[in-house]
Design a protein around this ligand. Sequence first.
Ligand SMILES: NC(=O)c1ccc[n+]([C@@H]2O[C@H](COP(=O)([O-])OP(=O)(O)OC[C@H]3O[C@@H](n4cnc5c(N)ncnc54)[C@H](OP(=O)(O)O)[C@@H]3O)[C@@H](O)[C@H]2O)c1
Length: 272
Amino acid sequence: MATRAVIIGASGRMGQSLLRAARSFADLAITGAVASAASGALGRDAGELAGTAPLGVAVSADLPSALASADVAIDFSRPEATAANLAACRSAGTPLLLGVTGYPEQIEAELAEAARHIPLLVAPNTSLGVTLLIELVRTAARALPEAFDIEILETHHRMKRDAPSGTALALARAAGEGRDLPADEALAGAGAARTGARPAGQIGFAVLRGGDGAGEHDVRFLGAGETLVLGHRASDRNVFARGALTAALWLAQQPAGRYFMRDILFSDQRLA
Ligand SMILES: NC(=O)c1ccc[n+]([C@@H]2O[C@H](COP(=O)([O-])OP(=O)(O)OC[C@H]3O[C@@H](n4cnc5c(N)ncnc54)[C@H](OP(=O)(O)O)[C@@H]3O)[C@@H](O)[C@H]2O)c1
């Protein structure tokens, strides 16, 4: 039987991309499409809304009802909705892939608590390429001497709300782990003003916004006389949608716990 999935944020850019990409996943059935209570998409057929054939699933604001007949929830809505969506999945016992970025730090404790009861995958970037990039950055940061400064440059479309991106922060955390830095030190440069000499050991961030690009990330290790650049380019949102659906299929089979995209990449299961 196909895995039944609910898309939360179905009317958004990523939601639509997920609805379109799901068409090519034979073992996945979209059984719920959820938007906000104020959404102009309520009542519309989710497939038609995404510009594909009708799906027979009406967009609704009733997440608990959608979860009642689902094997996994995929949340690409808004950070303001994360706490409520998490609570609904926890009380329904439904595995949750949280693709939203920019949610408040205080939710960390609720995420940890929920992961004791449901499979929870927090995935600030569901691209399989970025997932591997994060691992490469951790390895490079560990291997290279600390004299190499680490700078993270990210570029996104003009509508993106959070900055630096969730992926840039994940890359900084990975680089910090490679250097045995506590997470708060790894992220300290995220909001720091950039005047004067560069603080030694700080991970720097640079943010570009404009156009309609789906996301570019470069991590530069700048040494004396040489620079190593590890980077990723997403040419369209479909990359994140396909990765999220692959991950959701995997997550639906797991026991309760906190998972990361790397668990999927390095699991024994061969990815399609
Ligand atoms: N993990 C990844 O790989 C990845 C990739 C791209 C983007 N993202 C993240 O995914 C999120 C969505 O991005 P996007 O570009 O698709 O944004 P978007 O176009 O603004 O879509 C978000 C949608 O969520 C809906 N929404 C708001 N409140 C809701 C609620 N309480 N319940 C259900 N739906 C609600 C809104 O639709 P209505 O007004 O119609 O309700 C909105 O259209 C962002 O946090 C973004 O950073 C993650």
